[in-house]
Design a protein around this ligand. Structure first.
Ligand code: PLP
Length: 378
């Protein structure tokens, strides 16, 4: 059987990883500033993470959600404390799309409505509701297109006033738009949106799948706007590579047995991975590191005349280049062995581990200096 060929592949196969580094079979070493798409939060192969998973595997790896699982309780307690929402509840699932699918479903259950407002350039995943709320017609099949969803421009208050009415179940917004090219919503717009949604009885879903888990220097990107969303979705950095996702649910939303469910969500290994990640974020002060190195990178990138725009917060950064530099990412990989992310047409995305060091951050600046021939410290 062949693999279903849906991914354009780099001709590189990492076989080993540690911290911010990857090695291929020939021993070539690569700096990972992409984090496997914002997934590697605490660094590859962190010893605490590896030990927690190995020890859990020796005890019990899986049983169903029909029995008590204290690891889930430990995880929700620790997550609630670290993220600043101790009174929200946690529903555990396996991926970002699944988290958004469950959040949309919850909003619809709670309000009895089905209309959803999403934003231009949004990405929320590939499952039916999540992909329908994604602003990319190419990946929406006719089967997914029956949802009642409209896309409004980000930061446009007038559009919200016009369309956010008593028919709307949910407004779904990324903490920072990732796949769309690193677009940070204005804090004042986010707080306006939260007020408007509340007035109309619609729920506000903050998709923090990519922007959450300390990446911006705060636990969640929306915390810069001082709002409390009804639903917050998480995945990516949560398991540092182990598949796990979740929905944080406002205490006003009441559960009933059977309302949501999943076979694998919250399994023992996923909880062990997620607990290890939180331990390391807390003990190694990774949010402060993300904030400091993100500020350093953005300051230095803004000094480079060839770069037309730099956007982001903490270690979620995008920078734009003119058309003739569209091959920069390939060049960084081939010449300098540095992995970065992209957003079409010309944005380079930086999503490294939150444990990246300053020396590693400087490697990128040196490579850019050589490649686009700009002064390093203008
Ligand atoms: C903001 C956002 N939401 C949801 C998803 C979907 O997550 P997953 O691929 O785990 O389903 C992504 C993935 O890139 C994302 O960036």
């Amino acid at each position: 059987m062949k693999l279903f060929d849906v991914y354009p592949l780099f001709p590189i196969e990492p076989v080993r990883a540690q911290g911010s580094w990857l090695w291929d079979a020939e021993g070539k070493k690569y700096l990972d500033l992409y984090g496997g798409h914002a997934v590697i939060s605490i660094g590859h192969g962190h010893p605490h993470y590896v030990r927690m998973l190995k020890e859990q595997l020796d005890r019990i790896a899986f049983y169903s959600n029909s029995v008590k699982n204290s690891l889930q309780e430990q995880l929700s307690e620790k997550l609630g404390r670290l993220c600043g929402y101790p009174n929200h509840s946690l529903f555990l699932c396996n991926s970002g799309a699944e988290a958004n699918e469950n959040a949309l479903k919850l909003a619809s259950f709670v309000t009895g409505r089905k209309k959803v407002i999403a934003f231009k350039k949004a990405f929320h995943g590939r499952t039916s509701g999540a992909v329908a709320a994604t602003d990319n017609a190419k990946i929406v099949a006719p089967f997914n297109a029956g949802h009642d969803i409209i896309f409004l421009p980000l930061n446009d208050r007038e559009a919200i006033r016009q369309h956010l009415d008593e028919q709307v179940a949910a407004v779904i917004l990324e903490g920072i738009q990732g796949v769309g090219g690193i677009h940070v919503p204005d804090d004042s717009f986010v707080s306006f949106l939260a007020d408007e949604a509340k007035q109309k009885g619609a729920l506000l879903i903050l998709d923090e799948v990519q922007s959450g888990y300390g990446r911006t220097g705060r636990f969640f990107a929306h915390q810069f706007a001082n709002i409390v969303p009804d639903l917050i979705t998480i995945a990516k950095g949560m398991g540092n590579g182990f598949p796990v996702g979740g929905v944080l649910i406002h205490p006003a939303i009441r559960p009933w047995h059977g309302m949501l469910g999943t076979t694998f969500g919250g399994n023992y290994l996923a909880c062990a991975a997620a607990l290890a990640v939180l331990d390391v974020i807390e003990e190694e002060n990774l949010m402060a590191n993300a904030e400091q190195l993100g500020t350093f990178w953005m300051q230095e990138l803004r000094k480079m005349p060839a770069i037309t725009q730099v956007r982001g917060r903490g270690l979620m950064i995008g920078f734009d280049l003119p058309e003739h530099w569209r091959h920069l990412r390939q060049e960084l990989l081939q010449e300098h062995r540095i992995f970065t992310g992209e957003a079409k047409p010309n944005t380079v995305r930086l999503l490294p581990s939150l444990a990246m060091t300053k020396a590693e951050a400087e490697r990128l600046l040196e490579a850019l200096h050589t490649t686009i021939n700009q002064p390093l410290h203008a």
